[in-house]
Write a protein that binds this ligand. Structure first.
Ligand code: COS
Length: 380
């Protein structure tokens, strides 16, 4: 067992740390308040190579391993979880899904531009009545020979407004259940495709989350990913990897809050000494540090499983379940260490606390992760 990162992985982590501090930290509070993510910052993330990290250089990506991606996610999330969710969706859900299951034509047409960050993508599975129960898709993609006709609504879509390419999961043949579902590539601007309202959120407020409306949208057959009826498995396989990215995001949020709390506790004085000298605070730091390291090991293990071509459904679910719990608990404790200042926006920890919550919900709630883990344990 080797716990050392390679020199290249250490450099990638340092580059992401530098980028987060120089590019993401300025303005992070304002972006959260105004619920916006400027296009120029998106472009900078593309130029830094964050948008197609695991994509092969043949398609404009960086060709890195999952562990390098996870290290980057961790560093970006310490500072700005809104930026990191944009990176995560584009990398693990959109680019990975297209590179692994797309046709050569689809890769040439879409993947190259997505991987460079020239355009970004969105993954559209959730609906008003189908989030966790992903087989109950109400959106329909009716087969019309050379194209599908898409109708329905998708909800809570990350990158909803800023994306140009949308991977949409829809039901073609209800009688076939999950085997009648397809995944289609939909482009912004296709007739009948409209943006619904923007969500006003508790956390990750810098990233845009929208509902999407499809009204008789004609999608060419060549935009289907995989064989007819592969859509549900496409979604499940893609989300399995996505969960590693979100686990890394949760880890980064926890680590970011911990680092801020540790620093503050070494500066803030109460009862004649820095508050870290009070056991009440020192023990909080000890718990946070231990829990974060435990989460980190689970996240890195899941990434290594993926890199080694081992099954990562269960290890990814465990990593997400645990890291998101640690993110929630650590950020609440970090606010407590900051006391009254923790409740004030300029100290950042209240934002991290709000951002942490979504990691227990999206790309499969904690309860869904327990279904995946228990099925894995019981071999079902
Ligand atoms: N990889 C590949 N195939 C998978 C898979 C995975 N990770 N998970 C399930 N499948 C396959 C199953 O093998 C089964 O195929 P066969 O019938 O050929 O054997 C098929 O998919 C249906 O699986 P299952 O019967 O387990 O489906 P369920 O309806 O019971 O759902 C859960 C399983 C709950 C795990 C699934 O619906 C899920 O992950 N839901 C959460 C979705 C989610 O993350 N939503 C958030 C939206 S994205 S922000």
């Amino acid at each position: 067992m080797n716990f050392e990162l390679t020199e290249e992985q250490q450099m990638i982590r340092q580059a992401a740390r530098d980028f987060a501090n120089t590019e993401l930290l300025p303005g992070v509070i304002e972006r959260d308040e105004k619920q916006e993510f400027p296009k120029e910052l998106l472009n900078k993330m593309g130029q830094a190579g964050f948008m197609g990290m695991m994509v092969s250089p043949e398609y404009g990506g960086s060709g890195l391993d999952t562990l390098s991606y996870v290290l980057t996610m961790e560093e970006l999330s310490k500072i700005d979880a809104s930026a990191s969710v944009i990176v995560s969706v584009n990398n693990s859900l959109v680019c990975w899904g297209l590179e692994t299951f797309g046709t050569e034509e689809q890769k040439k047409k879409y993947l190259t531009r997505l991987a460079s960050g020239e355009i970004i993508g969105a993954f559209c599975l959730s609906e008003p009545e189908a989030g966790s129960d992903a087989t109950s898709q109400k959106t329909t993609a009716i087969d019309k020979g050379d194209h599908y006709v898409l109708n329905g609504t998708k909800n809570w879509i990350t990158n909803g407004a800023s994306a140009d390419v949308y991977l949409v999961i829809a039901q073609t043949d209800r009688e076939k259940g999950h085997k009648g579902i397809n995944a289609l590539i939909v482009e912004k601007g296709m007739e009948g495709f409209e943006l619904g309202p923007k969500e006003n959120k508790l956390g990750i407020r810098g990233s845009d989350t929208h509902s999407l409306l499809f009204n008789d949208v004609k999608v060419p057959k060549e935009n289907r990913i995989g064989e007819d009826g592969f859509g549900f498995k496409f979604a499940m396989k893609t989300l399995s990897g996505g969960r590693i990215g979100i686990a890394a995001q949760a880890l980064g949020i926890a680590a970011g809050a911990y680092e801020l709390a540790k620093k503050y506790s070494q500066e803030r004085k109460a009862f004649g000494t820095e508050i870290c000298n009070h056991q009440a605070i020192a023990f909080k730091l000890a718990d946070m540090h231990t829990e974060i390291q435990a989460a980190r090991l689970l996240v890195y293990q899941a990434a290594c499983d993926k890199d080694a071509n081992r099954n990562y459904d269960m290890s990814g679910a465990m990593a997400k379940l645990y890291a998101s719990k640690v993110a929630m608990e650590t950020t609440v404790e970090a606010v407590q260490v900051f006391g009254g200042n923790g409740f004030v926006k300029e100290y950042h920890v209240e934002r991290l606390m709000r951002d942490a919550k979504i990691t227990q919900i999206y790309e499969g709630t904690s309860e869904i992760q327990k279904i995946v883990i228990s099925r894995g344990i019981l071999d079902r």
